[in-house]
Ligand binder design. Sequence first.
Ligand SMILES: [Zn+2]
Length: 312
Amino acid sequence: MNEKDFSALRQKRRQEQEERRKQTRFLLLCSLAVVLIAAVVGMGVSHLLPQEKELAVSGEQVETIPVPQPEPKSEIPAATEENDLLKLAVEAQGTEEKVCYLTFDDGPSRTVTPAILDALKEQDVKATFFVLGRMLEGNGDIAKRAYEEGHLLAGHSYSHQYKELYASGESFMAEVEKTNEMIYSITGEAPFRLFRFPGGSHNAGSYAAQKQEYKQLLKKNGYYFADWNCLNGDAEGDGKRPAPQLLETIKKTAYGKNIVVLMHDATAKKATAEALPSIITYLKEQGYVFKRLDEVRYWGGENKKPEPDLAL
Ligand SMILES: [Zn+2]
């Protein structure tokens, strides 16, 4: 091989080496590009949950999570948790309604209760009757009529004799249970466990200390109790106020969004039956709707201060 041939061969080898380097650089660049693309795609889905990643890769839309809605209107707390029903009624949240709970104590009587039932029927209003066990004896048919016409029957003791009733926890609960069983036997339906203390439950006057103790007994036995924050005054003074005066007392005491009205349907309370149509008309004009005490609904939101206690 002469000098010229050798030079040509070296030139050819250099060109071949240069060609191989170019091919290697190209392959390296291609590999890098593939790695970069894979990394970008991977980052795009890496923040999604496994299930969503699958959906995103398959091209489907990721489902949005629904926003939680406020809790719906609920039942009142169980009596074993909180058994002051007037307090619960006053604190009831979540409605703009003005609610009136009419209540009649000490019946049923043959002289007054039927006229009260007629007036309630006439104006399509439901009420709560706090009956006495001893009055149910002989007047069970009237209590049954009240029940059948959509009113609530609840207990107000058997005897209404403070000395016997409040003598001990045993005597107290015995009267509560006995009256409830009498209601059950008349209606055939397990009664709403609700009691009204004769004389009210407030911590003042005679038997105040015992009553506070008995509230806890009621709670333990799953009973609510309910006082009142409005009244017609039919038990005030000599208990013989005429009908127009009863309406006036309602006008003075019916304020606030939720009112529990104390009235009586005992034998002598004819003025109460007489005043009732005008009392209901007045309360309707004030914007109240009428409910039974087992219809108290509780929002469970922030509590309001109870209205002033008008117990006498
Ligand atoms: Zn009473």
